[in-house]
Design a protein around this ligand. Structure first.
Ligand code: NAP
Length: 288
């Protein structure tokens, strides 16, 4: 692609950003769709976050993704916040308007699109969410808003689980039951969709799962791990060993990026283009 006087810039702010796969998603999309656009990662120190957002606006940057640890911290510096992002309390995409940036959350719709593409449904399901951090919180809102029958939110520290449950329940009724992680044996003996939202099992600690007991996995018909490095996590292996279906978080990453790209450029990305980019992502993850 030729960079010229009309090239638009998008990027990622966070810390660290060195291992991000987002440039691969967005620069490939720009090339495929013939958009004159470049996407770059920007490592930003916390003390410079406000300046980074103001500076990006001053430089006519079209849009930004926001990653750890700024998904909530960036919110005071935005001129508007989309309803869904406001509910979740986290923003991962900034879209330029005339006055500043509007904050969106594409992680949650990204996971939903990933699940739809894998044929995994939430509606009517009994769901176990492992974790109560930023990702788990978004997933709890997703499951409640998409008609899960009941949600058990299991976390190492019960205080955080209680907080997330209270926030979701305030909007959706008594859907979420918070539990301490090590009390999983008290779960009603149904078959569950389990969504793994802790950081346990993330590369390089790939031989760990947040629950090791095989009895837990007997209850899981489908396991979705938000982690995608390694490609097959220990959680996924344990789900499969017990006879369930298991998926990693690579498609979630793909679709959160695609939805951001669609917001910035006012286009719809085809499933054909999405699957070509997924292949590139898989290649990259398997090599690293
Ligand atoms: P976070 O806010 O830091 O939350 C981490 C969670 O992991 C907390 O619930 C924490 O429990 C739990 N945890 C950490 N170490 C643990 C241990 N040794 N034993 C038990 N629980 C432990 O992180 P996050 O932003 O929610 O991200 C969570 C994971 O999702 C990360 O691996 C991230 O890579 C992945 N993710 C993937 C995507 C994607 O696009 N695929 C998007 C977002 C996030 P405590 O509360 O007890 O500390």
């Amino acid at each position: 692609m030729e960079i010229n006087g009309k090239t638009r810039l998008c990027g990622l702010i966070g810390n660290p950003v060195e291992h991000t796969l987002s440039p691969l998603i967005h620069n490939t999309l720009a090339e495929k769709l013939g958009h004159n656009l470049v996407y770059l990662p920007f490592p930003v120190e916390e003390k410079h976050l406000e300046d980074a957002v103001a500076g990006a606006f001053g430089l006519n940057v079209l849009g930004l993704n926001v990653t750890v640890p700024y998904k909530s911290a960036v919110m005071p510096y935005l001129t508007e916040i989309d309803k869904l992002a406001d509910e979740i309390g986290a923003v991962n995409t900034l879209v330029r308007s005339e006055e500043g940036y509007t904050g969106f959350n594409t992680d949650m719709p990204g996971l939903f699109r990933a699940m739809q593409s894998d044929g995994v449904k939430i509606d009517g399901e009994s769901v176990i969410i492992l974790g109560a951090g930023g990702a788990a919180r978004a997933v709890a809102f997703l499951c409640a808003s998409k008609g899960a029958k009941e949600i058990f939110l299991l976390n190492r520290s019960i205080e955080k689980a209680n907080e997330v449950a209270a926030e979701v329940n305030a909007l959706y009724g008594d859907k979420v039951c918070a539990m301490e992680l090590n009390r999983f044996r008290e779960l009603p003996k149904w078959r569950y969709l389990a969504i793994q939202c802790t950081s346990v099992g993330l590369y390089p600690n790939a031989d760990a799962a947040v629950i090791e007991d095989e009895a837990f996995y007997e209850m899981i018909h489908t396991g979705y791990d938000l982690i995608y490095r390694p490609e097959e996590t220990r959680f996924m292996k344990l789900v499969k060993k017990a006879g369930g279906a298991a998926y990693n978080g690579l498609k979630m990453l793909l679709y959160q990026g695609i939805i951001a790209y669609e917001l910035w450029n006012g286009v719809a990305v085809s499933e054909e283009a999405a699957s070509e980019i997924l292949d590139l992502l898989k290649e990259k993850v398997s090599v690293s």
